[in-house]
Every structure is written in C-alpha cells, then in structure tokens.
Design a protein around this ligand. Structure first.
Ligand code: MG
Ligand code: MG
Length: 255
C-alpha cells in the first residue's frame, strides 16, 4: 500500500531529510586518505545524536542478512556497490567512496546517499560519479503527478545505459515515510508509461547505482551485507528522498 502524505507530514520528512544531508556532509568532510571508515560512521552518528534523530540503519535486520547492521551509515568503497559496513578499512589514495545514511526524526524517515573520491581522483571515477548524479536528477525530474513509476525508472536507466554503465540487478529505490522502506519499489531501469501512477503526496527514495564496466552482476560478500561487483569494477551510488507535489518534485534530503 502506498501512503499519501499530507503537507505537514512532508514538512516533518523535510526535517528528517535535513539531518541526513548534514550527516552525509559531515562524514564526507571527514573522509580523507588514511581515515578509517568507522570514523565516518562516528561523525555521522554525532550529527544524528545532536539532532535528536535515530538511525533506521543501526540494528536493521532484514530476513536475508545474517546479522543486524552495526552502523548508521553504509560505506561502500571501490567495487562495493551498497551496504558496506564501516569498519577499520583505511581509505587509500583514489578510493571511490559511497556513503548511504538514514535518519528517523519525530517518527519520519529520510534516506540519501552520495559518492566521491578521496586523494587523487581517477578521471573514469569522476565520470562514473557524475553520471549517477545525472541519472538521479533525471529520475527526480520525472517524479511529477500523472507520470508513472516506469517514467522515473526509464529516466534513470536511460542516462546510465547511454554512458555505458551497468545497473545492478535486483536493487533500486523505494517509497519512504514512517518507515525507511515502503511501497512502491522504484527500479533503476524500466519502461515509460508503465507501473503505478504518481500522485502528489507520494515520497520516494530514488537511488541509481552504476557499475563502471557495464556489467549488471553483483554478489554479497562473506560479511552478509556488502554488495560487490562480480567483475571487481568500481561502482557508485546516489540517492535522494523526494516528495511528489503539485508544484513539482521536492528534494527532502538537502541541507
Ligand atoms: Mg539509502
Ligand atoms: Mg534507499
């Protein structure tokens, strides 16, 4: 079931989204060559604490995972696509980092992700990251009343494929509200004019993930969480929580 949010609910989600944006910005600022991933988690956790927000990631234990997720951010480096655990890994020169963070504030959720490089960036990584952001922007632009889920999926997928990148099979965006994951699913590739009709008051997390080699294949690492590319090529992730309104898409996870 898809919940239609009131204007007040969307305002409350905007507040949660702002906390997510601040946590991601702080963690990104802390990221540098030689810094451990767990330090990025500490920094994001401090922002959530300061705001009085809870983490929907911490302790999250879906049926497919062997253990509850132990952190407030997912930190996915290089060939890791999503769901990386921020551990003692020290960032190296040229690493490509994807950070995903959520917040629960006053009973409402926000969810966003950003990718960036540390140290000397490889040009191919810069292009991969820029394309994911472009795909996200295209998906957001399609998030208007009267369009369908397939229009968002098509917009995201078209930008990704045109650049020659792969789209991890089986992963995508989702509705978001009081829970981080709600209906409907928002695929990263699809056909125009298909799927559920979008209505004002729907809030969606749109989240392109791209694989540099053009392959769509991933596997889950032995930790039970980290999703890695099968061919070890690099991957990137960009995400915003977006409200569909009569006056156009409203991005909730910005400062
Ligand atoms: Mg996310
Ligand atoms: Mg999400």
């Amino acid at each position: 079931m898809v919940e239609i949010k009131t204007e007040q609910s969307i305002e409350a989600m905007r507040a949660a989204g702002r906390v997510v944006a601040h946590a991601l910005a702080a963690a990104r600022t802390a990221a540098a060559v030689g810094v451990e991933l767990r330090e990025l988690d500490r920094v994001a956790r401090a922002v959530l604490d300061e705001a009085g927000a809870k983490s929907p990631f911490l302790g999250y234990h879906p049926s497919w995972a062997p253990t509850p997720f132990p952190a407030v951010v997912c930190a996915s480096v290089n060939d890791a696509v999503v769901h990386g655990i921020p551990d003692g890994y020290r960032l190296g020169d040229g690493d490509l980092v994807s950070l995903d963070c959520g917040a629960l504030l006053d009973g409402w959720a926000g969810d966003a992700a950003v990718s960036f490089t540390v140290g000397r960036a490889r040009p191919e990584d810069t292009r991969l990251i820029a394309t994911a952001e472009e795909a996200l922007a295209a998906g957001i632009a399609a998030a208007v009343p009267g369009n369908r889920i397939g229009d968002i999926a098509h917009a995201v997928g078209r930008v990704s494929r045109a650049a020659g990148y792969g789209i991890p099979d089986g992963y995508g965006g989702h509705g978001i509200g009081r829970a981080m994951h709600e209906d409907p699913g928002v695929p990263n590739e699809g056909r125009r004019g298909r799927g559920m009709v979008l209505r004002a008051g729907m809030v969606l997390a749109i989240e392109p993930m791209l694989i540099a080699s053009g392959s769509d294949d991933t596997y889950t690492a032995r930790d039970g969480w980290t999703v890695r590319t099968l061919d070890t090529s690099r991957a990137t992730h960009a995400e915003h929580s977006v409200a569909i309104t009569e006056s156009g898409p409203r991005i909730l996870t910005v400062p």
